[in-house]
Design a protein around this ligand. Structure first.
Ligand SMILES: C[S@@+](CC[C@H](N)C(=O)[O-])C[C@H]1O[C@@H](n2cnc3c(N)ncnc32)[C@H](O)[C@@H]1O
Length: 248
């Protein structure tokens, strides 16, 4: 069964500070500050922590969603733009959006030809039905209000358009789950800390992974928020999953 996404195990002062913030706005500010701190070494940390498997996942997302040339695509939570660039290579008209300026600056530096916009996923500055496809890689897990975020994504998607969410999920096989949890608890914060100098951020991020919705849980939220034909593809045994849904 899926756990409450805000359920965090363990008593780490940093985590307590996160969960005790007074308002969703304040919580959002803290998430933004976290990404601002790790931005300069975020890509390197990703490559090392995943042994570059994260690149394969994004490549698979583009293959599965295969946006048509000329289609309008929003890559929400674009970070440093890894997925945005991969989507742009398909000939689609891609816009990257993120609420962290430090991440956006790096994205812009790496792909000056693409359009990037500072925006909060909970209140997007786009008209209804503007995009053919909205993607979100490793972002919904950190939303203060996941339903509100999903509804915003649906609002800016045209009727018949799709939403693709790549997120860490729950490995299917028990032995992978055990090894993976051990890695999350003991190694990910340590390695992330060595690379970025900010172990507490990686402690937080690693603890949000097992606490987040599982495959069925996220699919259910997407349906509740109004998407149809929701399905998911497990990547690397379910360590990550791509969920895809269609707007009516
Ligand atoms: C883990 S990074 C993922 C970046 C990129 N999609 C990737 O695959 O590497 C999550 C990103 O989501 C952004 N983010 C988190 N909450 C957000 C929100 N409410 N609105 C916009 N961006 C948000 C963060 O600033 C960060 O850049």
């Amino acid at each position: 069964m899926s756990r409450d996404p805000f359920f965090l195990r363990g008593e780490v002062p940093f985590l307590r500070a996160y969960r005790q913030t007074e308002t969703p706005a304040e919580e959002g500010r803290k998430i933004r500050a976290l990404f601002a701190r790790i931005a300069p070494r975020y890509d390197l940390a990703n490559r090392v922590l995943s042994l570059s498997v994260d690149r394969l996942w994004r490549w698979r997302v583009v293959r599965k969603l295969s946006p048509a040339s000329g289609h309008r695509v929003l890559d929400l939570f674009c970070g440093t733009g890894d997925l945005t660039r991969a989507l742009g290579a398909s000939g689609a008209e891609v816009t990257g959006a993120d609420f962290c300026p430090e991440m956006l600056l790096l994205a812009k530096e790496r792909s000056p030809g693409l359009q990037y916009i500072a925006a909060d996923a909970l209140c997007l500055p786009f008209p209804d039905g503007h995009f053919d496809l909205v993607t979100a890689a490793f972002g919904v897990r950190n939303l203060v209000d996941i339903d509100r975020g999903l509804k915003e994504m649906i609002r800016v998607t045209r009727g018949g358009g799709r939403i693709g969410i790549l997120e860490f999920s729950h490995p299917r096989a028990a032995w992978i789950r055990v090894l993976y949890r051990f890695y999350l608890r003991h190694w990910l914060p340590r390695i992330g800390g060595w690379i970025t100098g900010d172990r507490s951020s990686y402690t937080f991020l690693s603890r949000t992974i097992p606490a987040f919705l599982d495959q069925e849980g996220l699919a259910a939220r997407m349906r509740v928020c109004g998407l149809e034909a929701v399905r998911y593809h497990n990547f690397t045994g379910g360590i990550a999953a791509l969920h895809v849904g269609r707007k009516h």
